[in-house]
Every structure is written in C-alpha cells, then in structure tokens.
Design a protein around this ligand. Sequence first.
Ligand code: NAD
Length: 300
Amino acid sequence: MANIGFIGLGNMGGPMAANLLHAGHTIKAFDLVPAALQELAGKGALACAAAAEAVVGVDVVISMLPASVHVERLYLGDEGILAAMDSSTLVIDCSTIAAASAQKVSAAASARGITMLDAPVSGGVGGAVGGTLTFIVGGTAEGLQRATPILEAMGKNIFHAGDAGAGQVAKICNNMLLSVLMTGTAEALQLGVDSGLDPAVLAEIMRKSSGGNWALEVYNPYPGVMAGVPAARDYEGGFLVDLMIKDLGLATEAALARGSATPMGSLARNLYVSHAKAGFGRKDFSSIQVSFQGAAKKPA
Ligand code: NAD
C-alpha cells in the first residue's frame, strides 16, 4: 500500500481519494475548501494545512484541479510543490488541462528527477464514485507501470496514449467528438419530435441504425426516454456545460497550434457557449437538448 498526497477534492477528486482510502492506501490531503477536506478526513485521510505539507513523506502525489492555471500554479515556481518533493515521488495529474501545460510541468518535474504523468479521466462523477474511471495516460511506460496499482483502485480502464501531454491530447479529442455526438443527437431527436414522432421510438430506431452512438446508448438527452440519466432529473449532476466549454476551448487552442481544421468542434463549442449564456452553464451537457426545443415551427 502507498502513502499518497492528494490535492483537489472536488466532485471528482473527493470520491477518487475515498476509493484509494477504501483500497487501503494512506492519504495526506489538501483542498482550498475546508468542507471538502473535512469530508475526506472523516473517511480516514490526514487533513493538511497546505499543499506543500501534503507532498512531504509520500510515495505518490495525485492532483485533480479545475484547469491549466491551477495546475501550473500548484506545481511550479518557488512556492510550487515540486520544490517540496523528494525526487523519488511519482506525480499523477488527473486534471483535464492543456497538453502544453502538462508538458511544461512534466519537464519541470523531470529537471528535479521526478517522474510525472498526465492522466486525465473519462467516466464522470459516477465513474469517480464507482471506481470505474478510464485513465488516459501520457508519460513514460516506466512511470505508468508504477502508477498502475494506484490507478486500478480508482478506475477500470487504463490507456497509454504516448509521451508527456499525450493523455491530454487524447482526452480533448474524445470530448470534442462527444460534444459533436451529443449536439447532433439532440438536433435529430428534436427534428423527429417536431415532426410528430415519439422520442423513445425514434431513439430506439436510431440506436439500432447507422446513427447509433454513445448518447443514444447510455445518455439520452431527451427527457422521459431513459431513466437514471441527467435528462431524467432536469439535467442536474453529470458533466457541466461549463466544463465541456473549457475542454472545447482546449481543443480549439490545440487546433490553432497545429493548423488542424475542427469545424464540427468549433460549431459545438459555439452552441455550448450560447447555451451557457442562456443560463445552462451549471447543468449537464446533455441539456443542449433544451436549446433545440421551441425552435420548431408547427406545420400549417
Ligand atoms: P471541481 O471544481 O468540483 O473540483 C476542483 C477542486 O480543486 C475544488 O475542490 C477546488 O477547491 C480545488 N482546488 C483548486 N485549486 C486548488 C489548489 N491550488 N489547491 C488545492 N485545491 C484546489 O472540479 P471537478 O468536477 O472535480 O473536475 C476536476 C477536473 O476533472 C477538471 O479538470 C475537469 O475538467 C475534469 N473532469 C471532470 C469530470 C466531471 O464529470 N466533473 C469528468 C472528467 C474530467
């Protein structure tokens, strides 16, 4: 069992850390929000007063923060936690951030002899709670080998995407595709409903036909079609529109940097930005369905 420093105990990090405790690992934890820290302390973690305190005397450091700026600020500079760590520490950043940021922090870690992996996740809060996340890892094979027993306590699937930053690239490619599938599915369902079809019947036809996709299989955006999904609870919980916009922004930045054409991703990003401006930023991303409702014209 490992001694782990865990930083960032939000919607994802809190349950991920709880699963590590459950598996028998020891945790020194830190979050800026005292309530999040106290909740994990109640499950057996040692609550630390600062991030630098949580990374001392541990084998592995895991971070789960919102965005690039938070990760760079946490690790880099004189006040950064890399400076407080032993060179034998393995660092696993699970946040979804820019590949360039992941590479920058990884290079700074390497310069101190520290192995760092970027390991963003797929599977949402349900996957974090259930310990069924997918980890998409960038970094060395040797680092991944060391990380595997730790990641297995929090997830089911572990993929090695390539060198430092590759995990982040694969993650944003996946989320860009997901946004395109979700908006396209919502648009098609609304066209059917506006034309008089039952959304459940249409969803089943498309699921079994050439339009079948993940949203139709397990995450139908149309209310009343599927139980247990955000559409069944007024789009509460799940993966926030604001976080999808962040990921689509990362995809846009990567496309600009590489000269890639991502017209579908750009359109999806614009649809989601308008949707957030309409007040849906804190709702699940399948709520994009609502933006298509009301646009229909009844046939004369
Ligand atoms: P969240 O906002 O719920 O949690 C982030 C936590 O980090 C907060 O508790 C915050 O207080 C803490 N934090 C921020 N800066 C800190 C610092 N310097 N030191 C200590 N703690 C700090 O976010 P989340 O939903 O847990 O998402 C975390 C990451 O996982 C994001 O990059 C997100 O894109 C990604 N992700 C989220 C989901 C999801 O469904 N929520 C799914 C896959 C990936």
